[in-house]
Write a protein that binds this ligand. Structure first.
Ligand SMILES: O=P(O)(O)O[C@H]1O[C@H](CO)[C@@H](O)[C@H]1O
Ligand SMILES: Nc1nc2[nH]cnc2c(=O)[nH]1
Length: 306
């Protein structure tokens, strides 16, 4: 029986988008960077960029949120082929989780081996300050607790096994490199390793929710990232992820503070150059971590399947 092709997530359905992208790029990407709110500036670090608007890619979702421009950019960083999503998709926009994560499967089909995923997140840990970077060491998938999952439905064996582990999802070697790079860039005191939690959104947390997250040892909270990571792990990609702390979550019942998207984007804008330097150096150091570039093949097949 063919996997349920709900929301176009099966190999057959994704081949149209994959073939279209293959026709636009000269060789296989090894790294996919997914840019969080306002973090599309990371794409500006790519050499010889080729820009493909999401709207031109068959069956590709569209971004609807400020700070997500809706372009796929192919280029190189330190000689490594990189695909960068300037704009990601969120469950609260109305996209299904299959749709949100379909770019990860397309990246796998294109030859990507490493997902670098970024987001803007609220600081739950009271030690975190606006502008800090949190390397994600683990996550809590609240949507998954209720069974809301991108891989719900028949499993597509073309991509991965029905049941799969997600402990050690966030590559420890790359995190170690990132910590060293953070120190070399002078952001060591503002660099943490912590637990990211995803909620559905689009509202920010109530004070009681922030207090509950703290009891669960959550360090940062957002409305994205984990579905993409789960699909990446399912199909065998390495993952490195970080959050930019863009606001301090409000746990005081009488606080006048009201988290908002403008402050989120402003916090990202204030760290633009440092974030670009950070990501470039992580990729430079990870050079050994992915295969060398190779010319793009015309047929669409999974690299780990004969
Ligand atoms: O997770 P990213 O895409 O960075 O965006 C974060 O910022 C927005 C809220 O300000 C939400 O979309 C939340 O998920
Ligand atoms: N859920 C959530 N997502 C965010 N994205 C940026 N800041 C926040 C926040 O405080 N809460």
């Amino acid at each position: 029986m063919a996997p349920i092709d709900e929301d176009g997530f099966s190999l057959t359905h994704l081949q149209k988008a994959t073939s279209y992208i293959k026709g636009k790029i000269p060789s296989s990407p090894r790294i996919l960077i997914i840019c969080g709110s306002g973090l599309g500036i990371l794409a500006d670090s790519l050499q010889s960029p080729i820009v493909i608007p999401y709207g031109d890619i068959p069956n590709f979702p569209e971004s609807t949120i400020k700070g997500h421009s809706g372009q796929l950019v192919f280029g190189t960083i330190s000689g490594i082929n990189v695909l960068c999503m300037k704009g990601r998709f969120h469950y609260y926009e109305g996209h299904s989780l299959k749709k949100i994560t379909s770019p990860v499967r397309i990246a796998k089909l294109l030859g990507v081996e490493l997902l670098i995923i970024t987001n803007a997140a609220g600081g739950v840990n009271q030690k975190y300050k606006v502008g800090d970077i949190m390397l994600i060491k683990d996550h809590i998938n609240f949507l998954g607790f209720a069974g809301t999952h991108p891989l719900r439905g028949l499993n597509d064996d073309d991509f991965g096994d029905r049941f799969f582990p997600v402990n050690r999802s966030y590559d420890k070697n790359i995190r170690k490199i990132a910590v060293e790079i953070g120190q070399s860039l002078g952001i060591g005191p503002n660099l943490h390793e912590g637990v990211y939690a995803m909620v559905g959104g689009p509202n920010y947390e109530s004070p009681s929710e922030v207090r509950a997250l703290r009891t669960l040892n959550v360090d940062a909270v957002g409305m994205s990232t984990i579905p993409e990571v789960l699909v990446a792990k399912h199909c065998g990609l390495k993952v490195f992820g970080f959050s930019l702390i863009t606001n301090e979550c409000v746990a005081d019942y009488d606080s006048e503070k009201q988290p908002n998207h403008e402050e989120v984007l402003a916090a990202v804008n204030s760290r633009t150059q440092q974030l670009k330097d950070f990501v470039i150096k992580v990729i430079e150091k990870c050079n050994f971590n992915v295969s060398k570039n190779e010319n793009i093949s015309s047929d669409v097949k999974l690299s780990n399947k004969t």
